[in-house]
Design a binder for this molecule. Structure first.
Ligand code: ADP
Ligand code: MG
Length: 295
C-alpha cells in the first residue's frame, strides 16, 4: 500500500478507537482467515459473580465461603475477587487475613487461614494435591454444563465444597462471531477454564465444539497459533490478559482489548479502546478498504 493510504487508514482507525501500531499490521489484517479469541475478558465481560455454594462432606456453607474468601483475598484473579465480594456481602462477613498465601497460576491458590490449610482451584489442582473429588464430579459437571465455572475448595486435605461462578457473554460478541464467520474467517475460542464450561459458552456464541480449546496454559495458546500458521493460515489473536501475551506476539496480527492488562497491549499490533469485538470486524473492513484504494 502507498504510505498515504496507510496513513489515512491508521488515522481512521484511531478515530474509531482502533489503534494500529504499524502499517504492516493494517496490511496484514485484510488477509486474516483464522481468528482466535480468548474467552474470559474478551468474549465475556470478565467480571464473574458467585452463583452457587455447594458444601461437601458435611461442611457448613457459611464457614466454607468465609474460609474460601480469606484464602482468596491476596489473589488478583477475577474469580478470587468475586468470591471475596460475595463473602463480604453475605451478612457483612469480616474476612480473616491468611497466615500464609501462595498463588498457583492457572490452577488456584493455597493458604493457611485460621489455622486451616485451604486449597481452592480447578479439578486438576485437586488431583495433583491428592484430594479425592471422585464423588463430586457429577455435581461440578452439572454446574459447568450451565456455563458456570466450578472451583473446588479443600480444607485440611479434604474436599469441602464447590463454588460456582458465572461470567456474562458480551452482547456484541455474538454478533461479532457471526459476522466474522460470514466473512469466511475461521473462529476459535481458547481458555484456561474447564472444557464443559467452555463448550456451553461457545454454543451460546455459535462457535463449533471442534473450534474450542479449553484447559490450556499460555504456551498452548501460542502453540495453537503456530499450528494454524503451519497450515498456511493468516492468524489474528484477540486477548486481554498476561496469559494471552505469548499468543498475541506469535500471531500475524495480535489484537489486545484496551480494558485488559498492559502486558497484552505491549505484545499486540492493534489495541481496541473499547472491549467490543465488533471493532475487530471494523479493523478488518478498514484494512480491506485500505488495500482496495491502492489496487
Ligand atoms: P482463564 O483463561 O479463564 O483466564 P486461568 O488460566 O486464569 O483461566 O485459570 C484457569 C483455571 O484455574 C480457572 O478456570 C480456575 O478453575 C482455576 N483458577 C485460577 N486461579 C484461581 C483462583 N484464584 N481461585 C480459584 N480458581 C482459580
Ligand atoms: Mg482473558
Amino acid at each position: 500500500a502507498t504510505p498515504t493510504a496507510i496513513m489515512v487508514g491508521t488515522g481512521v482507525g484511531a478515530q474509531r478507537g482502533i489503534l494500529i501500531r504499524s502499517g504492516e499490521a493494517l496490511e496484514t489484517l485484510h488477509k486474516v482467515n483464522a481468528i482466535l479469541l480468548d474467552k474470559t475478558g474478551t468474549l465475556t465481560v470478565g467480571k464473574p459473580s458467585l452463583t452457587d455454594v455447594v458444601p461437601l462432606n458435611g461442611y457448613d456453607a457459611n464457614a466454607l465461603l468465609r474460609l474460601a474468601a480469606a484464602a482468596e483475598r491476596r489473589s488478583e484473579h477475577p474469580l478470587a475477587e468475586a468470591i471475596v465480594e460475595a463473602a463480604q456481602r453475605q451478612n457483612g462477613h469480616t474476612i480473616s487475613e491468611p497466615e500464609r498465601f501462595e498463588s498457583l497460576t492457572g490452577h488456584g491458590v493455597r493458604a493457611l487461614v485460621e489455622g486451616h490449610e485451604v486449597l481452592i482451584g480447578n479439578a486438576r489442582l485437586m488431583v495433583t494435591e491428592g484430594i479425592s473429588i471422585d464423588d463430586f464430579t457429577a455435581e461440578s459437571e452439572r454446574l459447568a454444563q450451565e456455563g458456570k465455572t466450578p472451583v473446588f475448595v479443600a480444607i485440611d486435605g479434604r474436599a469441602a465444597g464447590i463454588l460456582a461462578l458465572a461470567d456474562t457473554v458480551k452482547e456484541s460478541s455474538r454478533r461479532a462471531v457471526a459476522t466474522l464467520q460470514q466473512m469466511g474467517i475461521e473462529v476459535w475460542m481458547m481458555t484456561g477454564d474447564n472444557r464443559r464450561t467452555a463448550l456451553a459458552i461457545a454454543r451460546e456464541l455459535g462457535i463449533p465444539d471442534s473450534h474450542v480449546m479449553a484447559e490450556v496454559v499460555p504456551e498452548q495458546k501460542a502453540a495453537k497459533v503456530k499450528e494454524l500458521q503451519a497450515q498456511g493460515k493468516i492468524v489474528a489473536m484477540v486477548g486481554d490478559g498476561i496469559n494471552d501475551a505469548p499468543a498475541l506476539a506469535q500471531a500475524d496480527v495480535g489484537i489486545a482489548i484496551g480494558t485488559g492488562t498492559d502486558i497484552a497491549m505491549e505484545a499486540a499490533d492493534v489495541t481496541l479502546m473499547q472491549g467490543d469485538l465488533l471493532k475487530v470486524v471494523e479493523a478488518i473492513q478498514l484494512s480491506r478498504a485500505t488495500m482496495r484504494t491502492i489496487k
